[in-house]
Design a binder for this molecule. Structure first.
Ligand code: 5GP
Length: 125
């Protein structure tokens, strides 16, 4: 069920629990600004989720309210994780779903990194 990105942040969401280490994840990277872990239901050979440490519902919320340091930190983490996973030579995809039409299911901003195979067209027609 897609979330409403205009609602206030709810710290009971599953990624908030992963950030607080109340739930496990298969982490691949962590720094001051971001945590990255394997998606529980991967859609490609490499499917990593990167989330900011701060409490942001969606990309909309993050791009409006996060500090420049938080935005730089998340952006640099995404690039580094993809580079370290060896995805750059063959190429990869970065995706963030926002709200109802985007199909966002978890109300804590997450950026998907997909790779490891040809990823097909950007959107199904
Ligand atoms: P969205 O559709 O919101 O962009 O993507 C949510 C993603 O989170 C989905 O790809 C889903 O498989 C993943 N996901 C949902 N719950 C969990 C969880 O508890 N652990 C992990 N690692 N991934 C999850």
């Amino acid at each position: 069920m897609p979330i409403d990105p205009t609602q206030p942040y709810d710290d009971g969401n599953i990624f908030a629990k992963i950030l607080r280490k109340e739930l496990p994840c298969k982490a691949v990277y962590e720094d001051e600004w971001a945590l990255a872990f394997h998606d529980i239901n991967p859609l490609a050979p490499v499917h990593i989720l990167v989330i900011p440490k701060g409490s942001y519902v969606s990309w909309d919320d993050f791009s409006e309210k996060a500090s420049d340091a938080e935005i730089a930190g998340l952006t640099r983490a995404i690039g580094k994780i993809a580079r370290d996973a060896g995805l750059v030579p063959q190429g990869y995809r970065v995706l963030a779903n926002i709200g109802l039409r985007g199909g966002q299911e978890v109300p804590h901003l997450h950026v998907h990194i997909f790779g490891g195979q040809p990823l097909g067209p950007m959107l199904a027609r």
